[in-house]
Design a protein around this ligand. Structure first.
Ligand SMILES: Cc1ncc(COP(=O)(O)O)c(C=O)c1O
Length: 352
């Protein structure tokens, strides 16, 4: 006998990437930033540790943080909803727009949490394969649904859809459209300027990637105020803890630090992509802080395991066995990967 709702019996929960806590691995499997957060964040946290503030609830709407985010993203604070990571914001949007039998559409492959959130709502999900050149599938553009999502830059591919295409999608859709911009600080463009014109557009940002703050769990949802008002009904009262609010404010005050790290990562991405191509991998053009490398028709599990044996974690998805997604670390992290993969090829030849 089970106490759970029937549909929960039938679904598997989201499978996050491995998160070893023992410090034994170079972690390049969940697209974290290899550089530490701004020193201002740590200073602010240390300062606030000494204050007797923990006995009170934090600001439910993260008022001060919203003001700070407003200065960064260029929209008033009532256009911003703060979440416990953008994962929570995705969950809020799914709960707000999808009920049993409704439809969500998105290009595929993409972030597999979308499927799990749809299943939790007993909604249908249309996973429409990207076109061969990773452009947007026609069915996502023109299909009828209660919610559409594009992850841009997309994970796990790293590929990017132009703002013109995103605009076209929003114009063609009578439902809310989420543009998940978790990785957009590593890209050449973003969809923020479209918000003024489209009440059905929802943009998601996070501090987990470009700001090196995956551990504090802060994300932003930016949309027109009527959209925010509706979504607030679904949000838990105190969803972002006080320390995270403080840390996030400090990070947003130090944009220069973030941008400097982003530039370093983009340069490393370029060099790593070239080196992997030379090793014989197909490297998808990436606008994110990771690259998807492929050997079409082969299974890359042995590469993944060999790297793991050498204390480097990358992401191998059983769903796409001819591919690995590798987060961009420091230059020396990436040089090490190249060296290990070369050694593996040598070892394999010696075994023959
Ligand atoms: C595409 C995408 N969206 C959202 C998230 C969630 O980010 P967070 O909850 O850390 O803000 C991730 C995390 O890896 C992601 O890859």
């Amino acid at each position: 006998m089970s106490y759970f709702r029937k549909h929960l019996e039938l679904i598997a929960g989201y499978q996050p990437g491995e998160q070893p806590q023992d410090g034994q691995y170079i972690k390049l499997n969940t697209n974290e930033n290899p550089y530490p957060p701004s020193p201002l964040v740590v200073e602010t946290l240390m300062e606030n540790l000494t204050k007797h503030r923990l006995s009170y609830y934090p600001s439910p709407l993260c008022d001060e943080l919203r003001e700070q985010a407003s200065a960064v993203y260029g929209y008033p604070s009532d256009w911003i909803l703060v979440g416990n990571g953008s994962d929570e914001l995705l969950s809020i949007v799914f709960r707000a727009f999808l009920g049993k039998g409704d439809w969500v559409l998105y290009p595929y492959p993409t972030y597999t949490l979308y499927r799990v959130l749809a299943l939790l709502q007993e909604a249908n999900f249309g996973e429409i394969p990207f076109e061969k050149d990773y452009s947007i599938p026609k069915k996502v553009l023109t299909g009828q649904a209660q919610l559409k999502i594009v992850c841009n830059p997309n994970s796990p591919t790293g590929t990017f859809l132009s703002t013109m295409i995103i605009e076209n999608l929003i114009k063609n859709s009578s439902c809310p459209v989420i543009v998940d911009e978790a990785y957009v600080d590593f890209a050449y463009d973003n969809a923020l300027p479209l918000l003024k014109r489209f009440p059905n557009l929802i943009i998601l940002r996070t501090l987990s990637k470009s700001f090196s703050l995956a551990g504090i769990r802060v994300g932003f949802l930016i949309a027109q105020p009527e959209m925010i008002q509706g979504l607030l009904k679904v949000k838990d009262s105190y969803n972002v803890n006080w320390f995270s609010q403080k840390a996030a404010m400090a990070a947003l005050r130090d944009l220069h630090y973030m941008r400097n790290n982003v530039e370093k990562i983009k340069q490393t991405r370029k060099e790593f992509s070239q080196a992997m191509s030379k090793l014989g991998y197909e490297v998808l053009p990436s606008e994110a802080n990771f690259v998807m490398v492929r050997k079409p028709g082969e299974n890359l599990e042995s590469e993944y395991l060999y790297l793991k044996k050498n204390h480097i974690l990358v992401r191998y998805f059983t769903e796409w066995p001819d591919s690995m997604r590798i987060s961009i670390g420091t230059d020396s992290n990436m040089q090490l990967i190249i060296q290990i993969l070369k050694n593996m090829t040598k070892d394999n030849k010696n075994d023959l």
